[in-house]
Design a protein around this ligand. Structure first.
Ligand code: MG
Length: 262
């Protein structure tokens, strides 16, 4: 079954094991090294679903750079110039194209809250999809994954196309989620990769990625690999995937060093 190629037929994939809703998975993609699973493998085990107490709201500490406090998109830009997203009810709502920070960051602590509007039809990767790209390259998936199944390496809090979360901690649709993320960029030495990018993700107060390595910048239906050269910093980019995903209370702290003189 693992090597079966599934045909895509008008929004559904038909294989020997039955009818798959679009976005449930692929079997014609490369095998992820070190695993028996394809990229976006629909037969990879679904992360265990847990119930959380819901969103964890963390107010920005004094040394945070506040990227969105409900009032302005001044910290953001887009490839079209001005941001295309809208502010509604204290949230910024995905629209038009990706939203990109004006500032660039390396190693960071990041907090934000996100929500898929209630009543919106979601199906697999459709209807409730966005994502947070660290350094503009490494995606932590944002997806309505409560009551909506997809391939595990594409569900909420996955390292998209690489690693599913340890558990599925997603809030019911229409309710807020929180991500608390620490991220370290890859380390290059003498023009060679010395250490991969590392990330820890806490979803609604629950550790769902624990010091996980990215195998390279995120991609779709292909294996990722590190480029020959890599910048030391990059912007945070929020994906517009066609859905009005909402974000609020968005702040970042560059990770400092101890034993520094004030
Ligand atoms: Mg996405």
């Amino acid at each position: 079954m693992k090597n079966q190629t599934f045909a895509v037929l008008s929004g559904a994939m038909i294989g020997a094991s039955g009818l798959y809703a679009e976005g449930l998975g692929y079997q014609d993609t490369p095998i992820i090294p070190g695993t028996p699973y394809h990229v976006h493998d629909g037969e990879r085990p679904q992360p265990r679903i847990i119930e959380t107490a819901g969103v964890v709201v963390v107010k920005p500490p004094s040394d945070a750079k506040v990227l969105f406090d409900g009032s302005t998109l001044d910290a953001w830009t887009s490839r079209k110039g001005e941001p295309t997203w809208e502010i509604k009810g204290g949230a910024m709502v995905a629209k038009g194209t990706d939203l990109v920070t004006k500032d660039e960051f390396g190693a960071v602590q990041l907090h934000f809250e996100w929500k898929i509007p209630a009543g919106r039809k979601v199906n697999g990767q459709g209807g409730g999809n966005s994502g947070c790209f660290l350094m503009g390259k490494y995606e932590i998936q944002v997806l309505q994954s409560n009551g909506n199944k997809t391939y595990p390496d594409g569900q909420a809090a996955s390292l998209y196309g690489q690693q599913p979360p340890i558990v599925n901690a997603t809030s019911p649709q229409g309710e807020w989620n929180s991500y608390d993320i620490t991220f370290e960029p890859p380390v290059y030495e003498d023009g060679k990769l010395k250490a991969p990018a590392m990330v820890t993700v806490v979803h609604n107060g629950v550790v769902v990625q624990h010091r996980e390595a990215f195998s390279g910048p995120s991609g779709h239906k292909k294996l990722s690999e590190y480029p020959a050269e890599h910048p030391e910093t990059g912007p945070i980019r929020l994906q517009f995937h066609g859905d009005p995903v909402e974000y609020r209370n968005f702040w970042v702290r560059p990770l400092g060093q101890r034993d520094q003189k004030n």
